[in-house]
Design a protein around this ligand. Structure first.
Ligand code: 13P
Ligand code: SF4
Length: 307
């Protein structure tokens, strides 16, 4: 797209946003061109908190479906637009509500902790939700004598279990983008840039986390990068993260662990889709009242915890 047509689309978006009393929320992994026009960019926790308190009537959610659904669950009276309806999270689809009911039957007294990267109907079966930004503190707050079922991310669950030295019943889901990052990749980059620090997402395998300087959520990475004295940081997460890290830390160099760490779903919405979404008021997130009521409970519990 040439500069003038990009500017043209941006101007149309800005005008429509006013007409529709809309706000654009974007996840840290979406295309840089969308991050740059969004009203707010963040990790899943920041986006949930933001969605819960906004005055605008319409939310345009640039991210994957579970994020837009979470916004709808938090503000059912608002119109939540998800510009590319097919943009889902493959990990979220690795847990079905039937499977969750089955595992709960097997461990009837366990606390079910559900990562927000899950579909709305799965959340209705959870006791509490978490994000990568608060999972450790939330799990630590559960009494020691309680069994914990953690779903759907086996890596996030295993990383927390290791950190807290606690047994957790893990689901077999994973993020295909983060699962591909191997300890060998990390070591190769660390050898190439010995003066750097390594930050990885908590969805990476425990073997990867073990050799990183920090394992964090995407917001945690931004905070770490800002405060670190290192001039070079190796980044083990979805490639879109580099845009914001670089923009907010122009004096530092960010080295992606893998250029192949691309979440195709996060890359689906383009600027033209945001415009189309506002023009046609599509695609609206629709959830039935009962799903909203039940899924709201574990999300609210998470937000009320203040972790
Ligand atoms: P964050 O909540 O850390 O932004 O992670 C969301 C996600 O989908 C990571 O793959
Ligand atoms: Fe899901 Fe992984 Fe994409 Fe995040 S990066 S939305 S966990 S598939």
């Amino acid at each position: 797209m040439n500069n003038s047509s990009q500017k043209d689309i941006e101007n149309k978006i800005l005008k429509l946003k006013k007409d529709r009393n809309a706000i654009i929320l974007a996840h840290n992994y979406v295309l840089g061109e969308i991050q740059d026009i969004a009203d707010f960019c963040g990790d899943s926790l920041e986006l949930s908190r933001k969605a819960a308190g906004i005055p605008e009537e319409t939310i345009v959610f640039a991210g994957v479906k579970f994020m837009a659904e979470t916004a709808k669950i938090l503000c059912p009276e608002k119109t939540v637009l998800h510009p590319v309806a097919g943009a889902g999270c493959p990990m979220a689809d690795m847990a079905t509500v039937e499977d969750v009911r089955n595992i709960k039957e097997k461990y009837p007294s366990a606390v079910t902790v559900c990562y927000v990267n899950s579909n709305a109907d799965v959340k209705t079966e959870a006791d509490i939700c978490c994000t990568s930004g608060n999972a450790e503190k939330l799990v630590a707050s559960i009494p020691e004598d309680k069994d914990i079922i953690f779903l759907p991310d086996q890596n996030l669950g295993a990383n927390i279990a290791r950190k807290l030295n606690r047994k957790i019943i893990l689901w077999e889901g994973y993020c295909p983008t983060h699962m591909r990052i191997s300890p060998e990749m990390v070591k190769r980059k660390q050898d190439e840039f010995p003066e750097s620090e390594t930050i990885v997402h908590l969805e990476c395998k425990p073997e990867v986390v073990a050799i990183a300087d920090a394992a964090l959520s995407t917001a945690g990475m931004l905070k770490y990068a800002k405060n670190s004295t290192a001039k070079k940081l190796i980044v083990g997460t979805e490639i879109g993260m580099i845009h914001r890290l670089q923009k907010e830390n122009p004096g530092k160099i960010f080295i992606p662990l893998s250029e192949q760490a691309v979440c195709m779903d996060m890359k689906m919405p383009e600027l033209k889709d945001i415009l189309n979404s506002l023009e046609k008021m599509e695609t609206q997130i629709i959830l039935d009242k009962e799903t909203i009521r039940k899924a709201h409970l574990p999300i609210k519990k998470m937000l009320d915890s203040k972790f």
